[in-house]
Ligand binder design. Sequence first.
Ligand SMILES: [Zn+2]
Length: 151
Amino acid sequence: MVTYEQAHHNIRRVRGPASTHSCLNCGDPAAHWAYRNTSPVELEGTLRGSSGMVRYSPDPADYDPLCVMCHRIRDRQIAIDVWDWRGYTEEEVHEGMLEDFRVELEDLHEICDEEDLDYDEELEELTQHYIKKTHHTMQFVRRYRLMFGSL
Ligand SMILES: [Zn+2]
């Protein structure tokens, strides 16, 4: 199995140090390769010298270059997702995310008209965003329940 350290070594080998890229969110110089949390080949392991479990991917394509601030925001956003959905069943999470998607969809035509954006492209992007978001939220909800039981 590829260890966490090997995975990060591979990213730098294939894509270079994060500092040679711009932050995907804000365009500032990046500082970290941040795991996207949505890999189908996700692995779990411990960091050298630590007992905490980390999730990571062996695939360098599953990481984004982020600055320190955006990395923190992303991780916190994920934590907020989990906290918001604690105690819900997986079905309820799925329904809830779908409802959020529908709400955003209602305004999409208007936003595209106002900002002169291509509706089909924006729709595709929004759809992909929600598929990913639903997937990773479900993963966390499952994990959360395994760790703490349902609250
Ligand atoms: Zn940034």
